[in-house]
Design a binder for this molecule. Structure first.
Ligand code: NAD
Length: 445
């Protein structure tokens, strides 16, 4: 169990700060305090919960630049993207709270009233790749449903989590929102403690462990897990648009995005043209630390993840893929923009989530072959198809929670963010999502 969490700047390995990891006793005390706070908070009317969140978040407006800089330093994404994440989180808090309010209002049906009450204590465990946004998506509906919340941020990004927490927590009654620092070990203790619902965003492996540990007391679970998203490019697709999307979606956040395009299947009749355009676009990406002008691929978060990406590339190279762009200089912490072709199903890069700036292309003769390969994975977060006449028919056969036709995945407004298969269950956003943190009660008279 980690005692001292050291936060590094992934661009240069320099120490940014340290925070103590919570001890077992501290975790137990936090849970007791959360249980006591939940008793008060559940009696706070919905409208007042909304006002509390609005007020708490409005206090963060003046700190956008400071928070964004810290986010970039600690996570590595360029400052433009960090500003957008911080700003989106600060606006998103009240927005999600407002949508939750509507979802959680009591409803009358024929002879009964349906009420959405709290479950008790919600544990929100978040990842490092979008360290504020991913936490926010689950913390807000959990609070709105009248639960107290314990937030366990990633050990890779503890400073930005603490800085954001320090700003917003003042707005809440004592212990309604608490933070616990640590790695997976602290996470495991929290999961097994006397809490009632877990909102988890992270890897499939951790998700499975959490599910096993939570089973003894049948804790409610929301699981937003990893992805291995396919992109199918059909012969009648707009090739320049498909190539632009392929590169942007493979390289966004240095490829460290749950809905990154991880595998591309392109009709063989347009494959050459597509590959050429992908390489031309990929060449323009600049790999650099977050504060360099024009940086759009930053460092990989840590050595372990860097080694994982290199292993996937080398495995594909050993199995005879064609390297269209890339460098065999894998100096930590960067991975140069990489484009690989002739990817085959036996390669790890096709089977597993790579989470790095790599475009992986295969060509197909028959569309059914592309659909089968796209679905031949236990992941099912997102999937995209570029095409014209039959694109909808192909989309209908893709096994994913979110499917984009000639665009990326994810609906606008309060559409649910949802995975299929082993990419998880439960939602970010949407009325169904906001009600996940509530106990439904039917009162008939
Ligand atoms: P991770 O699973 O290693 O860690 C996520 C969080 O879980 C961290 O806070 C970590 O300390 C904690 N944790 C790890 N093991 C645990 C355990 N056994 N019990 C309790 N807590 C535990 O994931 P990561 O590396 O931080 O994030 C990257 C992963 O997250 C990728 O797989 C990515 O696809 C996924 N992700 C999914 C979504 C989505 O919306 N579906 C969004 C963002 C990231």
């Amino acid at each position: 169990m980690i005692q001292n969490i050291i936060s590094y700047d992934p661009s240069n390995g320099k120490t940014l700060g340290e925070l103590p990891g919570a001890t077992v006793t501290e975790i137990q005390e936090t849970v007791l305090k959360a249980k006591a706070a939940a008793k008060q908070w559940k009696n706070t009317p919905l409208e007042k919960r909304l006002r509390t969140i609005q007020k708490a978040y409005s206090g963060a407006e003046t700190s956008v630049n400071r928070l964004a800089e810290l986010l970039s330093q600690e996570m590595g994404k360029d400052i433009r993207r960090s500003i957008s994440e911080v700003q989106g989180t600060i606006w998103g808090g009240p927005y999600i709270a407002n949508a939750s309010l509507e979802a959680l209002r009591s409803k009358n049906t024929d002879g009964a009233t349906i009420k959405y009450g709290p479950l008790g204590v919600a544990l929100i465990i978040s990842p490092w790749n979008y360290p504020l946004a991913m936490a926010n998506n689950l913390i807000i509906p959990a609070l709105m449903a009248g639960n107290s919340v314990i937030w366990k941020p990633s050990e890779e990004t503890p400073l930005i989590a603490q800085a954001f927490f320090d700003i917003i927590q003042h707005g809440f009654p004592r212990d309604v929102l608490q933070i616990v620092h640590g790695d997976g070990d602290q996470g495991k203790i929290l999961v097994e403690s006397d809490i009632n619902v877990i909102g988890f965003t992270g890897s499939q492996a951790a998700g499975k462990d959490i599910m096993a540990r939570a089973s003894s007391s049948l804790k409610r679970l929301v699981m937003e897990l990893g992805g291995n998203d396919p992109l199918i490019v059909m012969k009648d697709a707009n090739i320049p648009a498909a190539a632009r999307f392929a590169v942007a979606s493979s390289f966004e956040n240095s490829g460290q995005m749950c809905i990154s395009t991880e595998r591309i299947y392109v009709d063989e009749s347009v494959a050459h043209k597509f590959e050429e355009q992908v390489v031309a676009i990929a060449r323009q990406y600049k790999v650099a630390p977050w504060n360099m002008d024009g940086a759009n691929i930053g460092p990989i978060i840590n050595k372990k993840q860097h080694a994982h990406i290199v292993k996937h590339i080398k495995d594909a190279v050993d199995k005879n893929c064609r390297v269209l762009l890339g460098s065999s200089d894998y100096q930590i912490p960067f991975i140069m923009p990489t484009v690989l072709a002739d990817i085959t199903p036996d390669m790890r890069i096709e089977q597993e989530e790579t989470f790095g700036p790599v475009v992986c292309i295969s060509s197909y003769e028959y569309i059914q072959e592309a659909i089968e390969r796209a679905n031949n994975t236990n992941y099912g977060l997102g999937a995209v198809v570029f095409g014209s006449v039959d694109a909808q028919e192909v989309a209908d056969q893709l096994e994913a929670g979110m499917i984009g036709i000639n665009q990326g995945v994810g609906g606008g407004g309060d559409a649910p963010w949802v995975g299929a298969k082993q990419s998880g269950f439960g939602f970010h956003g949407s009325a169904e999502g906001h009600r996940q943190f509530a106990q439904v009660r039917v009162i008939s008279r």
